[in-house]
Design a binder for this molecule. Structure first.
Ligand code: UDP
Length: 319
């Protein structure tokens, strides 16, 4: 099997490449290194089944050739991270919408199965506990820039489903909830690597808002395993799946837990969302997936607890 991964030098993409190589597949990645990095794929380059292109997915000629040469496509290339979205809404919308439209259009030309990575952001600021794939979306006002990301990814989902319905293109959509593990950088605002790095350096662990907001953190290796199984299943075409963890924790408790596990002298401090992200930000109070759909289809079960994930992330940053 020859897999193409767009955004393959990113945190999740590089773990996905590794998982596919480990089962003997061929992998080609394309990445513009905007948020990904060569160090993420360093060890993969020694594998003869691995090859890569450094470049943008906006280059139609290049993408056409790569799609023609592969058996299936994992489309992960996107503008990600709340910080980036707040700072560069235009780039976010263009990359996410134009990039995905082109990948789908070319995949359709050669009729190759595509997995589109969407996001839990598309549920919006729901307070409902476990979010199901068919739940309504509750998005905030246009002037809250955060929702530009959710909206761009929503267009991606509609486009993918439209290609499936009208052109019979095999597509599967995954909505990734907060995904964490080694190689994730704190540079784009993600909370868990930020807290671990601050705790290790003895710098203040900085909570945005009141810290009562909750998240559920899934281990990246469990997430990519589910993605590979969904791609391989003939029953997934034209469907949407949540992937994440159902173990919910408040950001306050996460900060305390990490401080304790690192045995850190860091202070835990709070700043306002405005100080953290600038004007026009709105947070989600709660965000946990209902994963019964993938449990039923592929027997999805997280293999590690949050404590075990944090231990792995601490070890990674210590190294
Ligand atoms: N957050 C925080 N401190 C940080 C980074 C993030 O308190 O240094 C908060 C953020 O406001 C949000 C939660 O942690 O409520 C998760 O943020 P992240 O950017 O990791 O993911 P997302 O908001 O996309 O779930």
């Amino acid at each position: 099997m020859k897999n193409l991964i767009t955004g393959g030098a990113g945190f999740i993409g590089s773990h996905l490449a590794e998982a596919l190589l480990n089962r003997g597949d061929k992998v080609h990645i394309i990445d513009n290194l905007s948020t990904g990095s060569l160090s993420n794929i360093d060890r993969l380059t020694k594998n003869q089944n691995f090859s890569y292109t450094i470049g943008t997915i906006m280059n139609e000629k290049v993408v056409n050739k790569l799609i023609q040469d592969c058996d299936c496509i994992y489309h992960l290339a996107a503008a990600v991270g709340v910080k980036l979205i707040m700072e560069k809404p235009l780039e976010t919308i263009e990359t996410n919408v134009k990039g995905t439209e082109m990948v789908l259009r070319i995949a359709n030309k050669y009729k190759k199965k595509v997995l589109i990575t969407s996001t839990s952001e598309i549920y919006g600021n729901h307070v409902q506990h476990k979010l199901k794939e068919d739940d309504n979306r509750v998005l905030g006002p246009i002037k809250k820039w955060r929702w530009a990301y959710a909206s761009s990814k929503t267009v991606d989902e509609f486009l993918a489903l439209a290609y499936h319905i009208e052109k019979k293109l095999p597509v599967v959509i995954v909505r990734l909830f907060n995904t964490v593990g080694p190689r994730q950088t704190g540079a784009y605002g993600m909370v868990l690597p930020n807290f671990v790095q601050s705790a290790l350096l003895g710098k203040p662990i900085t909570i945005y808002g009141d810290g009562k907001q909750t998240r559920s953190f899934a281990y990246v290796k469990d997430v990519v395993k589910a993605m590979v199984e969904l791609m391989g299943s003939p029953k997934t075409a034209g469907d949407v799946f949540n992937i994440g963890s159902e173990e919910e924790i408040s950001i306050n408790d996460l900060a305390k837990k990490i401080k304790k596990m690192v045995n850190s002298s860091s202070d835990i401090i709070r700043i306002s969302y405005k100080e953290a992200y600038g004007k026009g930000f709105e947070d989600m109070r709660r965000r946990t997936p209902d994963v019964s759909k993938i449990k039923k289809l592929i027997g999805y079960k997280p293999s590690v607890t949050l404590d075990e994930i944090i231990t792995k992330v601490i070890d990674y940053f210590k190294r």
